[in-house]
Design a protein around this ligand. Structure first.
Ligand SMILES: C[S@@+](CC[C@H](N)C(=O)[O-])C[C@H]1O[C@@H](n2cnc3c(N)ncnc32)[C@H](O)[C@@H]1O
Length: 363
């Protein structure tokens, strides 16, 4: 099928080319608008994560139509559209472009600077990170991108304005909805027909921007600063302080201290664990160890070194190496001569504990 295969498979891909949209995503925004009327009366808009630019095209066409209508009514203001993306984007007439990462504070500041003393009626974000294939990770990154977009939005959206953003409908999506609901009384999750059913992608349409009373937009979000944020810089409703309660007083033992075994005058007796793990994650490793010739879990596995007090690390390594060599030699001797040969001058039997292949018979 060659070059036509995708055209044949995907009607939206084909239509996008026929109608002059840079990507099939254009239909997602158009379909959301058909249902939710997000572009009605909009004059200033921001397109976050905009490349290659089909949403910016939709915004440009529709905002210019709005402008024409306003002109006819005698009170038109030229529309303003700002598009941002990590990737460079081919120019689009009437669209201001910024190349940068929306999770970076400097990009966020550049976007906000474009709206000096002005506010946007609409912010859209079709941002999608490069998928890692690790689903949980991809979902988490998508959520973070959405929160970065929301953070920028709180700086530039006028009260009553609309925010539209891609969201992954996955585990914990309710937490994202809950955060959005703090700023928008109306939060809808929409799924345009042009968004594949096989994809967990959907779009939140958040209407009537109403930040909490006294809320001041800030950039102390760690995602945007890459630094731990200092909550003491925040005041009023912007500062959430969760009470910290210590349970237990100073008469209780401290969990970071090592206490003697006869602590509180009691003689220490060992007790087996009340309940040993029924399927410990290390079970397989233990089974493998059972089959090894050298079982390092036995208490007699040790390294005996001479003159420990005056020894440097390199001396220790040297001595251990020599002892290992001695062990290997004893391994090649007939079985009944092993023990005698592997005794050191003081008569100690030695086993080098990092010698996997040592076949020395332990007592
Ligand atoms: C699905 S595409 C957007 C398509 C666009 N809405 C259109 O209609 O042409 C997702 C875009 O998000 C951008 N993106 C992902 N993470 C970003 C970030 N942190 N900052 C800026 N752009 C980002 C990618 O570079 C990519 O171009």
């Amino acid at each position: 099928m060659g070059k036509t295969s995708k055209d044949k498979r995907d009607i939206y891909y084909r239509r996008a080319k026929e109608e002059g949209w840079r990507a099939r995503s254009a239909f997602k925004l158009l379909q959301i608008d058909n249902e939710c009327h997000i572009l009605d009366g909009v004059n200033k808009a921001v397109d976050l994560c905009a490349a290659p630019g089909s949403w910016s095209q939709v915004l440009s066409r529709r905002l210019n139509e709005n402008y024409k209508k306003e002109l006819e009514a005698g009170n038109g203001i030229p529309p303003k559209i700002v598009a941002v993306d990590l990737q460079a984007m081919a120019p689009l007439e009437g669209v201001i472009q910024i190349q940068g990462d929306i999770t970076n504070i400097n990009t966020a500041k550049q976007i906000i600077a474009q709206f000096d003393n002005e506010q946007a009626d609409l912010v859209v974000c079709d941002g999608a990170p490069d998928v890692t294939g690790l689903h949980d990770m991809d979902i988490y990154i998508q959520g973070s991108l959405l929160m970065a977009a929301l953070n920028i939005t709180t700086h530039i959206l006028r009260e009553g304005g609309t925010f539209v953003a891609k969201i992954f409908r996955a585990k914990d999506v309710d937490l994202l909805y809950a955060k959005l609901k703090i700023f928008f009384p109306y939060v809808y999750c929409t799924k345009p027909r042009s968004s594949r059913n096989s994809s967990i992608e959907a779009f939140v349409v958040c209407k009537d921007y109403s930040p909490p009373n006294g809320y001041t937009p800030h950039m102390l979000n760690p995602l945007l600063t890459h630094e731990a944020y200092n909550s003491s810089e925040l005041e009023g409703i912007n500062r959430v302080i969760v009470p910290f309660v210590v349970c237990g007083d100073l008469s209780q033992p401290d969990s970071d201290t090592c206490y003697p075994l006869d602590f509180e005058g009691k003689e220490y007796t060992y007790h087996d664990p009340v309940q040993t793990p029924i399927a410990p994650p290390y079970e397989e490793a233990l089974a493998l160890l059972e089959n090894r010739d050298t079982d390092f879990r036995r208490s007699d596995v040790s390294v005996v070194v001479d003159n420990m007090n005056s020894m440097t690390i390199s001396d220790f390594k040297k001595q251990a190496k020599q002892k290992r060599k001695g062990m290997n030699e004893c391994e090649t001797k007939p079985k009944d001569s092993k023990e005698a040969d592997c005794e050191d001058a003081s008569g100690n039997k030695e086993i080098i504990d990092d010698c996997d292949d040592c076949k020395y018979d332990r007592p």
